[in-house]
Each structure stands twice: as structure tokens, then as C-alpha cells.
Design a protein around this ligand. Structure first.
Ligand code: GDG
Ligand code: MG
Length: 244
């Protein structure tokens, strides 16, 4: 249950997370300019629980996604208040949590439901600790966000890729971790002192592809890619249903 209100949007002039910059350069003799954002690289982890045959994902409110939905709503106001994806999306969700919002803080504009800013993601984290390896950061994120204590040696690197090419250029490295209920040491949920409010969500293997392609459930590309990676690499060890 999320309640988002008192929304105020201001220009970002200083941040620990990103730095907007403009680069001038010559490409094949042509003068060019590009605006970009310096951000941290990141790691993500596809977690598969071998006891329950479920993928372990996280679900959290993402202000950037919410604000993007707000922009869209301003461009295309919904035809009627009831006519949103909300009911059907939550009905199809693998857990029962419900989004809720209040429209306050900003003139008379209609704020979207908080649930439009809640996304399903792989467990993931920023590479912001120079003394730790990518594997060690991934291990910490699995523990903090999902509550599983897995040794670094059990993390298998899947691949790395650019998580954004137009704006950030940041690199994300993806790992695979097989866990069992025996590795579960806490409920997870992130670091409350860092302001993290994370819900751990289990997606049964036999529902994975239906979940992945259900556009009513906002999710990252990492979820989609990693499920397909699992299908290609872990079958026939674990059978993933593909009838979508
Ligand atoms: N970004 C930001 N802005 C703030 O103003 C801001 N203010 C506080 N924070 C804090 O920074 C920490 C960031 O948490 P993580 O290290 O777990 O990183 P994620 O946000 O999970 O990001 C990962 O997962 C994403 C989804 O796959 C990918 O897109 C990213 O590339 C990937 O790094 C949290 O403690 C959060 O409370 C902000 N973080
Ligand atoms: Mg995270």
C-alpha cells in the first residue's frame, strides 16, 4: 500500500546520484554537442528459489517512472476517471498489494495513481562502493533487498550491457543466483534508513512468461531478458512455460 502526496517538482542542481553535463566534440570533422547524465554503474541479480520454483523479484515505487506517467497523463488525459488499467493490472499481479495515491501539492493537475510508479524489477543496486567487487555488491543487495544470504561463489555472471545509451551510458552487470528457503535469513525489504521501501515478490516459474509479457505490470527490461536467459540456459533443468 503506497500513499504518495505533497508532490513538488523542482530543478535538480546538485545530486549524489546523477550529474547532467554537456559535451562538445568533433565527429569526422563535424562539430557536435550531446547532453548526458553521469550516473553510477549497477548490478542486478536474477534470483531463483529452488525450493518453491519461483523467481524472486522486488517491487518498489520509482519516482522517475511515476513522473514519466504524470507527463503522459498531461499529454493524454484519461477519458474517464474509472478508465485506467489499475483494476485489471492489480488483479493479474502475483501478489495482493494495492497502490493508492492522493492528488495534492500541485495546482489543479490530476496526479496519476501511485501504482503507476510501482515497478517489478530484478534485485539491483548501484556500484557506489569502490572497495567492493561487483559480486560483493550483488551479494549485499540480495541480502538487503530480498533477505537471502548467498555466498559470492554462488553468483554466476550472466552478462553486462549498457542500461542506457542516449542519456546515461551506464553499465549494468547481471548475475544469476540460485537460492533455497534455507538461505532465507530475513524478509528483505531494503535499508529503511536509506529510505528504501521494497516489497519482495515471488513469481512462480510456470507463470513467468505470462507475467513477463503482461504490459499491465510495469517492469524493467532486465526482468524480461533474464527470464528468457533462464529459459534458454536453465531448461531442461527447470522447465519454464512459454505458452504466451
Ligand atoms: N536514484 C536515486 N535518486 C535519489 O534521489 C535518491 N535518494 C536516495 N536514493 C537511494 O539510493 C539507493 C539506491 O538503491 P540501489 O543501490 O538498490 O539502486 P537502485 O535504485 O535499485 O537501482 C538499480 O536498479 C534499477 C532497476 O533495475 C536500475 O535501473 C539501476 O540502474 C540500478 O542501479 C537507495 O537507498 C535509495 O533510497 C536515491 N536514488
Ligand atoms: Mg535496488
Amino acid at each position: 500500500m503506497e500513499e504518495i502526496n505533497n508532490i513538488e517538482v523542482i530543478p535538480c542542481t546538485q545530486s549524489n546520484y546523477l550529474k547532467p553535463l554537456r559535451v562538445h566534440y568533433n565527429q569526422n570533422g563535424t562539430k557536435k554537442t550531446w547532453d548526458f547524465m553521469q550516473t553510477h554503474d549497477s548490478v542486478s541479480v536474477l534470483i531463483f528459489n529452488t525450493t518453491s520454483h519461483c523467481f524472486v523479484l522486488v517491487k518498489q515505487f520509482r519516482p522517475a517512472v511515476y513522473m514519466s506517467e504524470w507527463e503522459r497523463a498531461k499529454r493524454q488525459p484519461p477519458k474517464s476517471a474509472e478508465k485506467t488499467d489499475e483494476g485489471s493490472a492489480e488483479a493479474a499481479a502475483p501478489d495482493s498489494s494495492e497502490g493508492q495515491s492522493a492528488s495534492e501539492g500541485q495546482s489543479s493537475s490530476q496526479w496519476p495513481l501511485a501504482s503507476t510508479g510501482i515497478t517489478y524489477e530484478l534485485c539491483a543496486g548501484l556500484v557506489d562502493k569502490p572497495d567492493l567487487s561487483l559480486e560483493e555488491i550483488a551479494r549485499q543487495e540480495v541480502l538487503e533487498e530480498c533477505g537471502y544470504d548467498v555466498p559470492v561463489s554462488k553468483l554466476r555472471k550472466i552478462t553486462s550491457y549498457r542500461s542506457g545509451v542516449g542519456v546515461t551510458g551506464a553499465k549494468q552487470t547481471m548475475f544469476y543466483a540460485e537460492v533455497s528457503d534455507d538461505n532465507c535469513v530475513s524478509a528483505g525489504g531494503g535499508e529503511p534508513q536509506e529510505g528504501e521501501l521494497i516489497e519482495v515478490v515471488k513469481v512462480p516459474l510456470h507463470e513467468a512468461m505470462t507475467f513477463a509479457y503482461d504490459e499491465r505490470l510495469p517492469k524493467t527490461m532486465g526482468v524480461l531478458f533474464s527470464f528468457i536467459w533462464f529459459h534458454n540456459n536453465m531448461s531442461p533443468k527447470y522447465k519454464i512455460s512459454t505458452n504466451v
